[in-house]
Ligand binder design. Structure first.
Ligand code: ATP
Ligand code: MG
Length: 795
C-alpha cells in the first residue's frame, strides 16, 4: 500500500510532475498526443486526495466519454491503492449536469423529476408543435429542426439570445429554407427557426422535460441568474479538472468558466491538433483562449511522447505540419526505432479487408520482426462507419473475433435492418416481421389503428400480413392517404417480387412433367439483383426518406445503404445474400476472450493500441468529399487532425492502406490515394507489396471476366494507380473476386456525352457523381438522374 503512494509521482517526468504539484490556480496542459496528459491529470486527482487537501466528492473531473470516466476512476483507484468509490462528480458534462439540474430544476421552471427526451421523443414533440399551427411536418424536417435547436443550445443561446444572423425561415410543410428577405412570412406554415425554438422550449417546460442540450444550457442559465447558487458550487468544487478540453463547445466552456470563477483551481488538458468535433459545435478557440480567461495560468508543455515509436511519431508530426492553423509543437520519444509505418495499396475494399484479416492472423504469431500480438492489442480505425461492413464480413467469415466500439455492428444499424426487411419481404412475402418493420417506414400515414386492422384481417383470414393488408385495402377498411400509400406498397412488393424472375418459359409438356410434378422455368430476370435492390430502396421511398434528412447523421446512413447494395455484387441473388447475413449474424461471438476492436477515428480519441490499421486513405473518403468540396481550409484541416489522431493511437505498428476502386451501387469508382499519404515522410514509411503475401496478380481465365477487367484497367483511376504502383505496393485482384465483376456495372458515361432519358429526352452529361449523372437536357434543363435510366446516344 505505501508503495502505491510513491509510485504515482515517481512515474512522472519533471514537466508532468510540475503540473501535478501545482495544485492551486489555473493550469493548462497543452501538449501533443501520447505525452501523458491524461496520465498527469489522473495523478493530479490522486495527489489531491493523497495529500488530504480535498474529499473525493469535492473534485469535479470531466471526461469526454463514460468509458473514459470509468477508466479514470479505475486508474485513480490503482494509484491510491484503494477503490475510488466516492467520486460522484467524475463523469461527462451530461452525466454531471443531470445530477446538478435535478437539484435546481425549479429555478428554470421544472420539477426535479423532469424527464430527459431522447431524439425520438424530440422529433415527436416537434411534430406536435407543428400540428398546433396546422402543419404536418415530415420526419426529415423534424430532425432538421431538432439539429438547428441543438446548435443554438451548443452555443448557449436561449431563444431571445440567438443572433439575427442565425435565424432561418422554414416552410414546415416542405422543409424549404429561406433567407429572411425572401421568406413568404405571411404564408401558413412558414416560421422563423427562433420562434419555433421559443415554442419548443415553452412546450418542454409544460411537459416537465429537457433534451440533452438543455442539461448544460439550463445549468448555465441558473449559474448566470442565481449568483448564490453559483457561489455554493464554486466553493463546493474546490478543484476542477477537464480532459480533452479542445473539444468543448461554447455552453460547456461557459459552464466551466462560471464554476472556476471563484478559486480558479482549474486544470485543463488538451491538444489543439486533436480538435475533431468542430462539426458538432466544438470550439478549438476555447483552449487557445485559456490564458486570457485565466490570467497568470501556469502552462505546461509536454514534449516527450511515451506511446509511439519514432517512426510513427515522425509520420504523425509530418502530416499535422500541413495545417496552417495550429500552435505547433514538436514531440520526441526515446523509444526504440521499431517498425516503419507500413503503407499498402489494394485493388478494392474487399481486398483490403481480406488482407487485413490475413495480416492479423499472421500478427498473432509474429511477422516481419514484430512480436506476436494479442487480438485485443489490435484496432482498425475507419473514417466512415460504412467501411466497417467489409471488415465485419471478412472477420465473421474467417472466424476472427472482433468488437465494434461506440456503435452497433453494421448489420444491426437501423437503416440496414430496414433495407434488409424490404429485401426479405420481396423474397418471401409471408415474412410478417419484416412487414411490420417497414409498413410505416418511411411514414405512410399508417397509425396504430390501421396496423391493428391489418393484423386482425390477416388473422381472421389465416393469411400473411401482406395479404391481410391487401384484403383490408380492397374492402375499404383502410382508407384515405394511408390506404393509398398502403396499396402502393403492396403493389410495389408484388412488382419487385416479380422482378426476381425473368419471364415464364413455356416448355414442351413431356419435358416438364417429371414424377407428376410440373416444373416451372423462368428466363433470366431483366434486372440484376443489384439493380433490383436499388429499385426497391428507391421506389419504396426509403432512399428519399434519408435524402430528405438534413441532420449530420443522414449522409452516413445513405453511405451505409450504398455499402449494402455494393455488397450484393458478391452474391448471385438476393436470396443468397439474405442467407449469408442470417448466417453471419447467427455466428454470435462469445463475449469473453480477446477481440480486435473496430471503431471510427472519432471514437478512438484518447485511446491507444500496440497495432493500428488505418484503412481507406483515399481522397473523397479520407479526407471526406465534403471537406474537399468546402471552400476554405476549415474542413480539410479538421480531417488532417483526424489523421493525426489516427496515427498517434498506434504504439508499435501502424498500417495505412487505400484501395484503387470502391464500388458504389454496384458501379466501380476509381479512387486516388489520400492527399495525406503524400504528406507521410518517405524515410519513415515502408511500402508493402501485397503480392508476395498471397500470390495475387493472377490473370483470370474466362473471356467475360477478362473483358470486364480490361474495362477496369482502362479506367483513369487504375491507370493513375499503376503509375504509382512502384511507389505504393499494389495488390492485384484475385481470380475469385474477378469472376463476380459484372461487365454492365462498369459501363459509365463520360463528360460531354450525349444521352437519352425516357422522361426528359436528349441531353449532354455535365457531371458524374457515383451512380448519379448530371445532365443538361435540351428541353427539360439541368437535372440529376440515376445513370441506369440513361442510354448513350452517339448521333
Ligand atoms: P492523448 O492526447 O492521445 O489523449 P495523452 O497525452 O493523454 O494522449 P496518455 O494517454 O496519458 O497521453 O499517455 C500515453 C501513454 O504514455 C500511456 O500509456 C501512459 O501510461 C504513458 N506515459 C505517460 N507518461 C508517462 C511517463 N512519465 N513515463 C512512462 N509512461 C508514461
Ligand atoms: Mg488523453
Amino acid at each position: 500500500m505505501p508503495a502505491a503512494s510513491v509510485d504515482y509521482l515517481k512515474d512522472l517526468n519533471p514537466a508532468q510532475r510540475e503540473a501535478v504539484d501545482r495544485l492551486d490556480g489555473p493550469v493548462l496542459m497543452l501538449a501533443g498526443a501520447g505525452t501523458g496528459k491524461t496520465k498527469a491529470l489522473t495523478a493530479r486527482i490522486t495527489h489531491l486526495l493523497k495529500t488530504h487537501r480535498v474529499r473525493e466528492n469535492e473534485i469535479l473531473a470531466v471526461t469526454f466519454t463514460n468509458k473514459a470516466a470509468r477508466e479514470m476512476k479505475e486508474r485513480v483507484g490503482r494509484m491510491l491503492g484503494r477503490p475510488a468509490e466516492g467520486m460522484p462528480w467524475l463523469g461527462t458534462f451530461h452525466a454531471i449536469c443531470v445530477k446538478l439540474l435535478r437539484r435546481h430544476a425549479e429555478l428554470v421552471g421544472l420539477k426535479s423529476n423532469f424527464t430527459i427526451l431522447d431524439t425520438d421523443d424530440q422529433k415527436r414533440l416537434i411534430k406536435q408543435l407543428a400540428s398546433s399551427v396546422d402543419v404536418e411536418v415530415r420526419t426529415s424536417t423534424a430532425r432538421w429542426l431538432a439539429s438547428i435547436i441543438d446548435n443554438y443550445k451548443n452555443n448557449s443561446w436561449l431563444p431571445d439570445q440567438v443572433p439575427a444572423s442565425k435565424e432561418l425561415w422554414i416552410d414546415l410543410e416542405t422543409g424549404a429554407e429561406f433567407e429572411e428577405l425572401d421568406a413568404p412570412k405571411k404564408r401558413k406554415g412558414v416560421m422563423s427557426s427562433i420562434d419555433f425554438y421559443k415554442l419548443y422550449q415553452a412546450r418542454l417546460r409544460v411537459l416537465n422535460a429537457v433534451d440533452f442540450g438543455d442539461l448544460l444550457l439550463h445549468m448555465v442559465t441558473i449559474f448566470q441568474t442565481y449568483p448564490d447558487v453559483l457561489e455554493q458550487y464554486q466553493r463546493w468544487f474546490r478543484y476542477i479538472l477537464v480532459d480533452e478540453y479542445q473539444d468543448t463547445n461554447v455552453a460547456q466552456y461557459l459552464w466551466l468558466r462560471l464554476l472556476a470563477g471563484g478559486h480558479k483551481n482549474i486544470c485543463c488538458v488538451g491538444d489543439d491538433d486533436q480538435s475533431i468535433y468542430g462539426w458538432r459545435g466544438a470550439e478549438v478557440g476555447n483552449i487557445l483562449r485559456f490564458e486570457k480567461d485565466f490570467p497568470g495560468a501556469f502552462v505546461v508543455r509536454l514534449e516527450q511522447n511515451y506511446r509511439s515509436t519514432p517512426h510513427i511519431l515522425a509520420a504523425a508530426s509530418n502530416v499535422i505540419r500541413g495545417n496552417e492553423n495550429r500552435l505547433g509543437k514538436e514531440l520526441w520519444t526515446d523509444r526504440e526505432e521499431g517498425e516503419k509505418v507500413r503503407l499498402i495499396g489494394h485493388w478494392d475494399g474487399e481486398e483490403e479487408a481480406r488482407w487485413v484479416g490475413e495480416e492479423i492472423d499472421a500478427m498473432q504469431v509474429g511477422t516481419r520482426g514484430v512480436r506476436p500480438m494479442n487480438l485485443d492489442e489490435i484496432a482498425i480505425l475507419v473514417r466512415a462507419s460504412h467501411q466497417m461492413r467489409a471488415f465485419e464480413d471478412r472477420f465473421l467469415t474467417i472466424g476472427l473475433p472482433y468488437k465494434v466500439i461506440g456503435g452497433p455492428r453494421f448489420y444491426e444499424r437501423m437503416e440496414i435492418r430496414d433495407a434488409m426487411a424490404y429485401f426479405r419481404l420481396v423474397v418471401s412475402p409471408e415474412d410478417d416481421l419484416a412487414f411490420e418493420r417497414i409498413v410505416n417506414t418511411p411514414k405512410r400515414g399508417l397509425g396504430d389503428k390501421a396496423q391493428q386492422t391489418i393484423q386482425v384481417v390477416a388473422r381472421e383470414n389465416g393469411v400473411s400480413l401482406v395479404d391481410g393488408a391487401r384484403i383490408a385495402v380492397d374492402n375499404g377498411l383502410i382508407k384515405g392517404k394511408g390506404g393509398k400509400a398502403l396499396r402502393e406498397l403492396i403493389d410495389g412488393l408484388a412488382r419487385w417480387n416479380g422482378m426476381t424472375r425473368g419471364p415464364r418459359i413455356e416448355v414442351d409438356d413431356d419435358s416438364v412433367i417429371d414424377d407428376g410434378v410440373s416444373t416451372i422455368r423462368y428466363g433470366a430476370p431483366e434486372h440484376t439483383h443489384i439493380e433490383l435492390a436499388q429499385i426497391i430502396l428507391d421506389e419504396s421511398g426509403y432512399t428519399a426518406h434519408w435524402q430528405n434528412e438534413k441532420t449530420p447523421e443522414a449522409p452516413g446512413r445513405l453511405e451505409n445503404l450504398k455499402e449494402l447494395v455494393n455488397q450484393l455484387d458478391n452474391f448471385e441473388n438476393l436470396q443468397g445474400f439474405l442467407e449469408h447475413v442470417s448466417l453471419v449474424m447467427d455466428n454470435e461471438q462469445d463475449s469473453d476472450g480477446a477481440k480486435v476492436s473496430i471503431m471510427t477515428l472519432h471514437a478512438a480519441k484518447g485511446l491507444e493500441f500496440p497495432a493500428v490499421f488505418l484503412p481507406g486513405w483515399e481522397d473523397g473518403l479520407f479526407p471526406s468529399q465534403r471537406s474537399m468540396d468546402e471552400s476554405g481550409l476549415k474542413g480539410l484541416e479538421e480531417e488532417r487532425r483526424l489523421a493525426y489522431v489516427g496515427i498517434t493511437r498506434a504504439e508499435e505498428v501502424c498500417t495505412i492502406s487505400f484501395a484503387a476502386n470502391r464500388r458504389v451501387f454496384g458501379q466501380w469508382q476509381n479512387s486516388m490515394p489520400s492527399r495525406f499519404i503524400d504528406e507521410l515522410p518517405e524515410d519513415h514509411v515502408e511500402v508493402l507489396t501485397a503480392t508476395g503475401l498471397y500470390g495475387g496478380g493472377q490473370q483470370s481465365a474466362s473471356i467475360e471476366t477478362r473483358a470486364a477487367e480490361a474495362n477496369v484497367y482502362n479506367s483513369p483511376g487504375w491507370k493513375r494507380m499503376q503509375a504509382r504502383q512502384g511507389q505504393y505496393g499494389m495488390s492485384q485482384p484475385r481470380e475469385s473476386r474477378n469472376t463476380v465483376i459484372d461487365a454492365t456495372a462498369i459501363a459509365s458515361f463520360t463528360l460531354g456525352e450525349r444521352v437519352f432519358h425516357q422522361k426528359f429526352g436528349y441531353g449532354a452529361v455535365i457531371g458524374i457523381e457515383g451512380d448519379k449523372v448530371e445532365v443538361e437536357f435540351e428541353k427539360a434543363g439541368t437535372k440529376k438522374v440515376v445513370s441506369r435510366f440513361l442510354t448513350a446516344k452517339d448521333d
